[in-house]
Design a protein around this ligand. Structure first.
Ligand code: S3P
Length: 165
């Protein structure tokens, strides 16, 4: 229904470097909504950036904190939320994101991802990580939006999808 549509969070998932943070900000400004960012919330809660926390505390602790953050942020209404690219690796996060949210998978060609200095990519390639995760993104999302050009184009794609349904 339309009231729920107006109030539900718009949540961006997708590979690291696919433009989630940039487009969440643009979309929030465009719609006059508050913008939340899971990675920024790490900094607020722990004093470390998401990347620093991941390196220092390891992936298990990182994923636990990420789930805690998503549980809290997912309870909000009317926001645009940018997630960390690996949130789909924990099945329980799916329901947390969808509790009040409409989940959009921001798709960008793996060769175009902005991935310098990402700790998780030290032992793999963007394409291998994408292959390992693409079914998870597909399963978590309500809809997919492509972001293969500039941010303005990506924003237009997202808005088209939001207005369609
Ligand atoms: C991760 C992506 C990062 C950050 C962390 C782990 C991942 O977020 O949460 O480094 O597993 O893909 P971005 O997708 O915002 O880069």
């Amino acid at each position: 229904d339309t009231l729920r549509r107006k109030l539900e969070n718009i949540i961006l998932i997708g590979m690291p470097g696919s433009g989630k943070t940039t487009l969440a900000r643009l979309l929030a400004r465009d719609l006059g909504r508050e913008c939340l960012d899971c990675d920024e919330e790490f900094l607020r809660r722990t004093g470390l950036t998401a990347e620093e926390f991941l390196i220092k505390q390891g992936e298990t602790a990182f994923r636990e904190m990420e789930t805690e953050i998503l549980r809290d942020l997912g309870k909000r209404w009317g926001t645009v939320l940018s997630t960390g690219g690996g949130c789909v690796t924990r099945p329980e996060n799916r329901a947390l994101l969808r509790q009040n949210g409409r989940v959009l998978w921001l798709q960008r060609d793996p060769d175009k991802l902005a991935l310098s200095g990402r700790p998780l990519l030290r032992n793999t390639t963007p394409r291998a990580l994408y292959e390992a995760r693409k079914n998870l993104y597909a399963d978590f999302c309500d809809e997919a939006a492509s972001n293969n050009a500039d941010p303005a184009r990506g924003l237009a794609q997202i808005k088209e999808i939001l207005e369609k349904s």
